[in-house]
Design a protein around this ligand. Sequence first.
Ligand code: NAP
Length: 313
Amino acid sequence: MSNKIFDCIILGGGPAGLSSALYCARANLKTAIIDTSALGGTPVNYCEIENYLGFNKIKGFELCSRFEEHVDLFDVEKFPYEEIESVDLTSPIKKIKTLNNTFEAKTIIIATGAKAKKLNVKGEIDNIGKGVSYCAVCDGAFYKDKVVAVVGGGNSALEEAMYLCQFAKKVYLIHRRDTFRADSIIQERLKQNKKIEPILNSTVEEILADKQVNSIRIKNVLSGKIELLKLDGIFPYIGITPNVELFINQIETDEKGFIKTDINMKTSAQGVFAVGDIRNTPLRQVITAVSDGAIAGVEAARYLMTTKEKVRR
Ligand code: NAP
């Protein structure tokens, strides 16, 4: 049980959370960061990041490690692997209950990010780890000289399809429309890749397996024709859904469930800020997440100054 009241507790240790921690600590706030797993966040599993200013190419894991090392230079208390059970954002002193601890804070920065959306087709959930994967970086190496499919038409789907080509002998890229929404530079690169075969205007209807996935049923949405595609693995990359379950009924969200914030990252709850993929942002990138964190850190300090509730060290 932690008996301190923190000035700011940051929920989530990805780029947005780590950047928030840096800015809070530099504003001399008594700061803690809590995560259900190791710090670093989703980009730890990105094969390569090419659009973080100052690094033309860097592995997600390396960039996130550098973020954490930077935060470690400051007095930030880190609580990784804390299973958060409940959060009370309603009173001036906010409470966070985890499996092993109770934490209190005058401000909260929510940086819990988003998780992969599911296809919601037969055979998907049952075969996670048996040929269905949401992480090419984690599982790609299991598919050496095998045939896999990636589903989706955004940046993630195209980038991860190209990543999988290092291992797989063939990668189908299944997309429900006839145009991709990924950045044009990524689409151009995809065209050069001979191992990738796009299957457009198609949806996955079913994933079939014995002990391991062995095929999928796909439907052409224009003709209605159903086809069986033999393969060894399938990687759905069809977007993300926010990790907001802990905050339901305490904070305003948009129609897709992302937390509404103003330009200062303030949410509808007093002293509560939201940053990164979980908020209703027009762009979800590591660089924008980090920028959100900087704003929220400064705003949390400003909030404490104006409410005169800052805890002195
Ligand atoms: P996204 O941009 O939302 O793309 C999701 C894709 O999945 C879309 O092509 C969508 O089709 C398709 N889709 C959605 N629901 C589907 C369903 N039920 N069945 C079949 N297909 C479905 O998601 P993302 O690629 O995961 O990216 C998430 C965010 O991270 C984005 O903001 C993205 O820009 C960012 N990101 C950036 C980078 C980078 O800059 N290098 C890398 C990765 C991710 P439609 O096109 O028809 O809607």
